[in-house]
Design a protein around this ligand. Structure first.
Ligand code: ZN
Ligand code: ZN
Length: 125
């Protein structure tokens, strides 16, 4: 799904247990992290892994644990959760960054020219 009218300059910090993103200002590259959102499907597979251990699955290596957890995540809507988490993160980013009407980029408050209502780069042109 293409993201429209959203900050594009971000890094995905998500892992199998939760979702988090770091957005960067297009001008100064200053970043901020969005709030971490726990993955529900990860919680589920963690519980299942625990049960398997209790049942005496001796010799279950961490790697195979992880593999089965990853399988669960694929079934359990991890992708859907990830997509939703990204939308939430983008909403958060939009409250922090301002969109420049000239270059259409998202910039932090430090790089925003209040008087000209443009980013500092476009304001200086
Ligand atoms: Zn900035
Ligand atoms: Zn601009």
């Amino acid at each position: 799904m293409p993201l429209q009218d959203a900050p594009q300059n971000y890094e995905d910090l998500s892992d199998e247990y939760g979702f988090q993103f770091r957005f960067y200002c297009e001008v100064c590259n200053d970043g901020f992290k969005t709030q971490r959102i726990k993955s529900q499907s990860a919680q589920k597979s963690k519980r299942r892994g625990f049960t398997a251990n209790v049942l005496g699955a001796i010799g279950l290596s961490r790697a195979s644990d992880l593999a089965s957890a990853t399988e669960d995540l694929a079934e359990g809507g991890y992708e859907r959760e990830h997509e939703h988490a990204l939308q939430v993160a983008i909403r958060e980013a939009k409250t922090r960054f301002k969109k420049c009407p000239a270059c259409k980029q998202y910039v932090c408050n430090d790089c925003w020219n209040v008087k000209k209502k443009k980013c500092s780069q476009c304001a200086s042109e």
